[in-house]
Design a protein around this ligand. Structure first.
Ligand code: 13P
Ligand code: SF4
Length: 370
């Protein structure tokens, strides 16, 4: 029912082929023109992982927390053309008012991690976990999740987290309940809980495919954190081998990674933190210092360009950008904006009211804590 609601609301429209024949100069000129025409009625948030050709037109750039906060604060824009992925646009829709329209320039811009937890799997998991653990679990979900998962979490007293505030939110969650179910990224959940002193043998994995708990210990009562078996298909490409290679060839290079990387990779790195943390660290670093960065490639390339006084490389030299983030490009941005000009809105993101109501509880609990 929920999925049908969403599909009914979100008519997926594809950009006409003709946009691919336009020159970059022509597209840039048109985007500028439309932005000027709409003024503050149009707002374009852009995630740090977006392409430069899109970021140059963003009114605000940020990580997912900063963009959620920016969307919540903006009361002026009638149109929010969200340059990021689907779950971020859903969040923006839920945090903005009724009369504001959120548009995703390409509906294929999803997040493979968010797709690793669907609401039916989550309901089934919750039912089983309640039988084993009773009312001792608080669900937390990384914002990289569908609105329906956020609603499930909100309904059950939990909150959303981002990579910037996961530690704070886990601390909060432990003041509420004895155990945490962390969706959908096992790595962010494990890395954050480990940082807070939870030993690895007190963490179990929930496998949504088999609908089973994966746990090596003897006493389930000792489990404190249950990690949903999801991951980011971009960040999983940073490996222990990449780290060993850097340590051998560039021993004075600092290694900094996003906490969506595996526990082993985070454990062997010098620093780990959110997108914002990585940017701040590189900005504050002394000229001449050397950095291998384990995160999305559009961002790493931008850091390389903006910090020519430092030696910066990708931790994995064969890394690609996040392909779904990359779906949003200049032709799609222009197509969305020209649609607004003609009052033909394509790809509006509308989260149904009954989902928004509970999901906002989870988002508000996070925003109140950060
Ligand atoms: P941030 O919360 O750091 O913006 O990360 C979002 C994301 O998709 C990381 O892969
Ligand atoms: Fe999702 Fe990973 Fe892409 Fe982030 S980098 S949007 S988590 S697939």
């Amino acid at each position: 029912m929920e999925l049908l609601d969403i599909l009914e609301h979100e008519k997926k429209e594809m950009m006409p082929e003709s946009y691919k024949n336009l020159t970059t100069a022509e597209m840039e000129r048109r985007v500028k023109e439309i932005k000027e025409k709409f003024g503050s009625k149009l707002y374009i948030p852009g995630h740090h992982y977006q392409k430069d050709e899109v970021v140059q037109f963003s009114d605000v750039t940020g990580d997912s927390l900063q963009l959620a906060q920016a969307a919540a604060l903006n009361k002026e824009a009638e149109y929010i053309v969200f340059c990021g992925v689907h779950f971020m646009a859903e969040t923006a829709d839920m945090l903005t008012s009724e009369n504001q329209k959120v548009i995703l320039p390409d509906m294929r811009a999803g997040c493979s991690m968010a797709d690793m937890a669907d609401i039916d799997q989550t309901d089934r998991a919750w039912e089983k976990l309640q039988i084993v653990f009773g009312d001792t679990i608080l669900p937390l979900t990384y914002v990289n999740s569908t609105a329906a998962i956020k609603a499930f979490v909100g309904k059950n007293g939990g909150a959303t987290v981002t990579s910037s505030n996961a530690k704070k939110m886990l601390e909060w969650a432990f003041t509420q309940k004895q155990r945490i179910l962390f969706l959908p990224d096992q790595h962010l959940g494990r890395n954050t809980a480990y940082d807070l002193g939870v030993p690895l043998d007190k963490m179990a994995i929930w496998n949504p495919i088999t609908n089973e708990l994966e746990y090596d210990g003897n006493n389930v009562e000792e489990i404190v954190v249950i990690l949903w078996k999801g991951h980011c298909s971009v960040h999983e490409n940073f490996t222990v081998k990449n780290i060993e290679h850097i340590r051998k060839t560039e021993p004075d290079m600092n290694i900094i990674v996003h906490p969506e990387c595996s526990r082993e990779v985070v454990g062997l790195s010098d620093y780990a933190g959110s997108t914002k943390y990585i940017i701040d660290m590189i900005e504050a670093a002394e000229p001449g210092t050397k950095w291998a960065i384990g995160t999305e490639m559009n961002l790493v390339n931008r850091l390389i360009q903006n910090h020519s006084d430092k030696k910066i490389v990708s931790l994995n030299p064969f890394m690609c950008p996040c392909l779904t983030m990359n779906r949003i490009d200049l032709p799609h941005l222009l197509w969305s904006l020209e649609g607004l000009e003609k009052e033909e809105i394509s790809n509006q993101i509308i989260v149904p009211e009954h989902i928004t109501k509970d999901a906002v509880l989870a988002l508000d609990r996070m925003l109140a804590n950060v």
